[in-house]
Design a binder for this molecule. Structure first.
Ligand SMILES: [Zn+2]
Length: 482
């Protein structure tokens, strides 16, 4: 026997099995018990929330012999009796020519729809009530809507309409106002997970709690989607459906991998971000799927934080916003992987704190040492101005560095440097007196030597000044200092 899809087998057989829509099953049970059913229902809700299943249950119940008997006796019915599924009418329902179902979204011609609707004027062949179940009613053509409208306004005897839609705003007001509206809710994740566990028991397969939760979260309130996912995982699993099975079968990124990426971003650890993203890519997932999974995971974290009454969401919101933006950029870009990687790397960038300049820092600029070195140097040089040969050598020297207790003097000419070296010890002693501490001198020779003040200029000012200095051979300019 061919395998029957879960979502066909998992369909509710009675109102008591309608999962997650208790407000509807309760109201319908009361209406059936007191024989106050309407002849036109508009079933509104997201896909997979039970609209068509409910329509079938109602259509069946309207024809159920036992329901009918209870109504005649004035006996209140229980949900599990609606319908009975055992009487002749119930057993014949699935193949009954008196139940007409069609999906307005599929490509039916206007003629087809009109012909089907025209049978409403014919008496039912065997059933008590002739039933029409029309899915995605908002997709019907203008003519078809008008035919339905006529039928609902002046209904032929023993006809009932069940119009299902995912988009209430596209259903004309004229239809809405003539129908009893049933609003289907998204089914809570916990309810879906619990029902999946029941189904797994029926399939005689184990289902990890975490796996059930993951499928339920993925189904986003749709029981039909949840059952389809479970079916797919069941086909691939052995004796137990594990979280790993779910991730593999449905092509999902594991929570551990997601958490790794999130923790790495939070820790501003770019290397770890790179490793975690590479791992995600290596499992063959598309960048947008990873980004969407990250957003879902971050939303879960946000909900957890809300439950713990935490209030600082700025970092999370920033993370989610950046991912959302990156998904937008990915479409049609050709480099979605790089976009995701760059987004995460940017998020993991170290925080650039702006430090307000304080007076203490003004008195300690980065070139403090050089300035101090120059001051000591010129002060000492002036004190030795009587020594002509030394003065000449000093006039050609440039203070290029002053670090620790070493002052570096630069000369363009080796000869002048040697001239200076003759008096180096004398100069060092004089400098120790000026500075009140011992300072050594290191001599360097470089014919292209420039004073630091010139080196610090922005281009093209620096090049212009260097050219000018060469042109004039103005060694004295070398002494300029700001
Ligand atoms: Zn029955």
């Amino acid at each position: 026997m061919a395998y029957e899809a879960l979502y066909t087998r998992g369909r509710p057989k009675t109102l008591s099995q309608l999962i997650g829509q208790e407000h509807i099953s309760n109201a319908l049970t009361r209406a059936i018990s007191s024989n106050r059913l309407s002849h036109a229902y508009l079933l509104v809700g997201t896909r997979g929330t039970g609209k068509t299943s409910t329509a079938r249950l109602l259509a069946k119940a309207m024809n159920c012999d036992r329901v009918h008997a209870a109504q005649l006796d004035g006996r209140p019915l229980e949900k599990k009796e609606i319908p009975c599924n055992r009487c002749e009418s119930c057993r014949a329902f699935d193949t009954s020519p008196d139940n007409v179902e069609f999906d307005a979204a599929s490509n039916r011609s206007v003629e087809d729809v009109t012909r089907l609707l025209s049978t409403a004027y014919l008496a039912p062949l065997r059933a008590r009530v002739k039933t029409f179940i029309i899915d995605e009613v908002h997709m019907l053509s203008f003519e078809a809507v008008n035919s339905i409208l006529k039928l609902i306004e002046e209904p032929p005897p023993n006809v009932a309409f069940f119009l299902a839609t995912t988009e209430l705003n596209k259903v004309p007001m004229t239809i809405r106002s003539r129908c009893q509206v049933l609003n289907f809710r998204l089914i809570p994740q916990a309810v879906i997970a619990q029902y999946l566990a029941t189904l797994a028991r029926r399939l005689n397969v184990g289902l990890q709690e975490e796996a059930a939760k993951k499928i339920a979260r993925l189904a986003e309130g749709s029981m039909r989607d949840a059952m389809t996912y479970l079916d797919q995982c069941y086909a691939m699993a052995d004796k137990e459906i594990t979280l790993e099975n779910v991730n593999e079968t449905l092509g999902l990124i594991s929570d551990e991998n997601l958490d790794e990426i999130i923790s790495a971003v939070k820790a501003k650890d770019r290397a770890a971000v790179g490793r975690a993203v590479t791992q995600a890519f290596s499992s063959g997932l598309a960048a947008n799927v990873i980004a969407e999974s990250l957003i879902t995971r971050l939303r879960d974290i946000e909900f957890d934080m809300l439950e713990r009454d935490e209030k600082n969401f700025a970092e999370l919101d920033n993370f989610i916003d950046a991912l959302r933006k990156s998904i937008g950029e990915m479409f049609g870009s050709g480099i979605p992987d790089i976009i995701l990687e760059m987004t995460l790397m940017k998020l993991a960038a170290p925080v650039q704190n702006f430090v307000m300049t304080t007076p203490a820092q003004i008195s300690a600029p980065p070139n403090e040492n050089l300035d101090a070195g120059q001051k000591i140097f010129y002060h000492t040089a002036n004190s030795l101005s009587e020594d002509k040969s030394l003065s000449f050598a000093l006039s050609k020297a440039i203070v290029t560095k002053f670090a620790g207790d070493t002052l570096t003097l630069g000369f363009k000419s080796a000869a002048i440097a040697n001239e200076f070296k003759k008096s180096q010890t004398q100069f060092e002693e004089a400098m120790a007196q000026s500075a009140n501490r011992a300072i050594k001198i290191s001599v360097e020779v470089d014919e292209n030597l420039l004073p630091p003040a010139v080196n610090n200029l922005a281009e093209p000012a620096r090049s212009n000044l260097v050219s000018a200095m060469k042109f004039f051979n103005a060694s004295d300019v070398m002494k300029i200092s700001d």
